[in-house]
Design a protein around this ligand. Structure first.
Ligand SMILES: NC(=O)c1ccc[n+]([C@@H]2O[C@H](COP(=O)([O-])OP(=O)(O)OC[C@H]3O[C@@H](n4cnc5c(N)ncnc54)[C@H](OP(=O)(O)O)[C@@H]3O)[C@@H](O)[C@H]2O)c1
Length: 463
């Protein structure tokens, strides 16, 4: 694999990006504009009713973010001029035909002009986000999925049938006049059931795998790259360390812990948590883009993570959290510092069930008896506690495969790409993505947790 200057590769290119309002999308957009303002054109597809509201969203949800601070310092007011010259905002929706783009002239123009499509749009709510195999153990390879292949070997996966089944269930629920809440819950249930039938732990990874199968099948002669990042964390270095957004996976635990709401964790303390800073993911994407722009149509898959090159063990992460929040306690709404303790670790599902029974299920039973005896006097309290317990069980059901996960993500292809950057004219100091250079203790203690506190704690409205 031969690579030249990446900055030069980007010059005069036209790039179409979906998901630019998302976490990864923003970091991608910022990086491109910062390292190569002489791109020819950038098309950003956004969910919006029209171009005006797309522009409003782009300005407030992307450019206004602190992430763009370095660009604003460099360009001043001219940044908006630059963006207005280079960027075209495209109202649309990737779930619709022609990506929901109604303007046929614009569609034509994009067909003609676009050199690279970067698809970052995805539904990532509620379900676990990192790419994970249902196998729970071993080395997870950078292999493509063949159409109809399943994780547990169960035959019969047909994407058209899955789609039809979902549509039929949705129609049934509508005919039954189910409420929106009932529909959401029933559709989640059927999604998880279908995913588990074929060995995937949840709908997020099941639909990702089907997406890869479809793309592999229909890509034709287009050079093609799939990036599989693991759990993405705050920026390591650029545009500055510690920028992050949204409460996600390990950060949701961090927020709960730092605010004193989580006092116990379920999971194997020796599990390797595969995390990777967002700027490294973006750099790997851009380098892969350049490496395969003219390649012939293989499926190029890159797993971008750290579990092979520089593994981080869960128990260290807990230690970093404890030390960070002991030194820098969160000040709660009442102005009081939240004192954190060492968390109790429940390392098996059995110990979790015992803990839940003693701490919550037995008290719930007692409350139920008292409530019945007192003619439903404590009904609200009883229902509230029952709802919270059910929620915990549902989360655990969904997250269990990750909490006891024993796999690591092979990154041989990514390593090959990394090696290629060390030869030729690649700007390795700009497009770094080697997790071996990360000192996890330093990163978590001085960059990541600080970033989560700065950018995420205040967004968490629960105190
Ligand atoms: N973050 C991680 O830890 C992580 C880890 C592994 C893989 N990934 C993958 O990386 C990609 C980006 O993730 P992220 O963390 O940036 O997610 P994110 O912050 O949730 O952003 C998702 C983006 O997709 C857009 N989107 C969703 N549905 C759309 C639709 N129907 N049409 C057009 N746009 C739509 C969203 O737009 P709106 O603003 O309109 O909602 C948003 O811009 C995803 O494929 C995700 O699965 C992320």
């Amino acid at each position: 694999m031969e690579l030249g200057s990446i900055v030069q590769f980007l010059e005069n290119k036209t790039i179409f990006v979906t998901g630019s309002t998302g976490f990864l999308g923003k970091v991608f957009v910022e990086k491109i504009v910062r390292v190569q303002p002489n791109v020819k054109k950038l098309y950003f597809l956004l969910r919006a009713a029209d171009t005006k509201s797309a522009l409003k969203r782009f300005n407030s949800e992307v450019v206004a973010k602190d992430l763009f601070r370095v660009l604003k310092e460099r360009w001043g007011g001219n940044l908006y001029t630059l963006l207005s010259q280079k960027a075209t905002l495209v109202p649309g929706d990737i779930t619709c035909n022609n990506l929901g783009v109604k303007d046929s002239d614009l569609l034509e123009e994009m067909w003609r002009e676009v050199d690279v499509v970067v698809n970052l749009a995805a539904t990532t709510n509620f379900d676990e986000r990192s790419y994970v195999s249902g196998e729970k153990a071993g080395l997870i390879l950078e292999n493509p999925y063949n159409m109809g292949e399943t994780l547990n070997g169960t035959p019969g996966l047909d994407i058209n049938v899955e789609k039809k089944m979902m549509e039929e269930r949705l129609n049934e629920l509508r005919v039954e006049k189910s409420s929106e809440q009932e529909i959401t819950s029933a559709m989640k249930d059927i999604g998880i059931k279908r995913a588990r039938k074929y060995g995937w732990p949840n709908t997020y990874v099941f639909t990702k795998a089907m997406g890869e199968m479809l793309l592999g099948n229909y890509k034709g002669n287009i050079p093609f790259v799939i990036i599989r990042p693991t759990i993405i964390t705050s920026t390591y270095k650029e545009p500055f360390p510690g920028w992050v957004e949204g409460i996600r996976t390990i950060d949701s635990l961090g927020v709960g812990y730092g605010k004193g709401k989580i006092t116990c964790f379920l999971g194997d303390p020796n599990t390797v948590i595969d995390v990777i800073p967002v700027d490294m993911v973006v750099n790997a994407m851009i380098v892969a883009m350049a490496a395969h722009a003219t390649n012939q149509p293989a499926m190029n898959i890159y797993q971008v993570g750290s579990s092979v090159a520089n593994p981080l063990v869960f128990t260290y992460l807990q230690d970093y959290g404890f030390r960070y929040f002991t030194k820098n306690p969160w000040i709660n709404k009442k102005g009081k510092p939240v004192i954190v303790g060492k968390v109790k670790v429940l390392s098996t599902m059995d110990s979790f069930h015992r803990y839940m029974t003693i701490r919550y299920l037995l008290p719930l039973k007692v409350l139920q008896i008292i409530n019945t005896a007192l003619c439903q006097y404590f009904q609200d309290m009883y229902l509230d506690l029952r709802r919270k317990i059910n929620f915990v069980y549902r989360l655990i059901e969904l997250y269990e495969p990750y909490l006891f996960f024993k796999g690591v993500f092979d990154d041989m292809n990514t390593e090959r790409l990394r090696r290629a950057t060390t030869k030729g004219d690649v700007e390795t100091d700009v497009f770094y993505f080697d997790p071996r250079c990360i000192n996890w203790e330093d990163y978590f203690m001085n960059t990541h947790i600080h970033g989560v506190v700065k950018y995420v704690f205040n967004d968490d409205k629960k105190g």
